[in-house]
Design a protein around this ligand. Sequence first.
Ligand code: GLA
Length: 411
Amino acid sequence: MKKNIGAIVLLLIVTVSAYSQGNNYKQNYTKYQGLALTPPMGWNSWNKFACNVDENLIKQMADAMVSTGMKDAGYTYLNIDDCWHGDRDSLGFIHPDPKRFPSGMKALADYVHSKGLKIGIYSDAGSQTCGGRPGSRGYEFQDAQMYAKWGIDYLKYDWCNTEGLKQEGAYKTIAAALQKAGRPIVLSLCEWGQSNPWRWAGNVGHLWRSTGDITNQWEGVKSMGTWRALSVMKILESQDTLRKYAGPGRWNDPDMLEVGNGMPVNEDRAHFSMWAMIAAPLIAGNDLRNMSKATAEILMNKEVIAVNQDSLGVQALKYTTKDSLETWLKPLKGGDWAVTFLNRNSQPQQVDFDWQSRVINDDLSKATLDAKLGTYKVRDLWTKKDRGDTRKALKATVPAHDVLMLRLTKS
Ligand code: GLA
């Protein structure tokens, strides 16, 4: 008996001392909950400015987000991509490039916040970023601490120079570091879909790149030497099968918008419409300080944005394809539907769609579109005009590389 009491006392001492030494600390490898409940909207420097970023550019872009109406249209995050970095100090803490960001990141974040916007930053899981700046490998907790101190709201975390690392572990490490730093930060995974992040990242980050890098081109790919940039249509082709992984707080990210970066206006319109349909993050990548009226009208079409930001958070399904005319459907909150006819052909295509003769069931969301059970009003989201209702078949012409985008509302 005495022996037993001795053993119990010893066990108690060991347990208590283990706890008092901090051995009860557990990493939390999950994302902050409650963020990005609809696809994030904002602006990012990469597509237009690549490595040419500095504090003046970011401040001017913050001003432009407000003066152009982008902020009011819902664009919130102002994200600095690669090349803001300076060196690490003797303790390992990262600092911005003092020439490009002489006022420091905290002052810049304060400026962006004073405009009612949020600020994002970029790092990389490897030893260096894709642009050759210091990566976060080995410094994850220190970097997260710095971001929190500066007031950062969004982190895009890239995947260059990651020899020997595995995606899931590396992204869980930065998620844990962000948790430890204590500031709610949206985590945007950027490993180009290589490890099928949709399978494991839903609880680690808020969005994950599902493809390689986009370029301002309609079809095909563009050789960039050691890698290939993908056109808008090429990216779209690979997104359909991923719809079941998306939802509030967890989005497939087919890369940032190229609207206003050189494609013809019809292609920009189709690009924006399809990104809205597939519940993609809407991160503009053009120069907001001097965008054309046509670009502004695309990026700030509130009815199209409403399709993207719908609180149901269901990614569109590709319903049919015929002669390069694709029909996409997105169930919306309250029984509405968005319907987009995308013409990939270089010739105009006719649409002849009889609502009465088909019943559309979405197995994923369990939504049903059956015009025989009730009439829907039909609204054209680009001409912003009503187009009758679903008692009559829809007949229309969709110009080349363009869309007809509709919203159906139960009447
Ligand atoms: C990768 C990313 C891009 C961009 C660049 C920056 O290519 O996929 O979106 O962030 O790096 O160097």
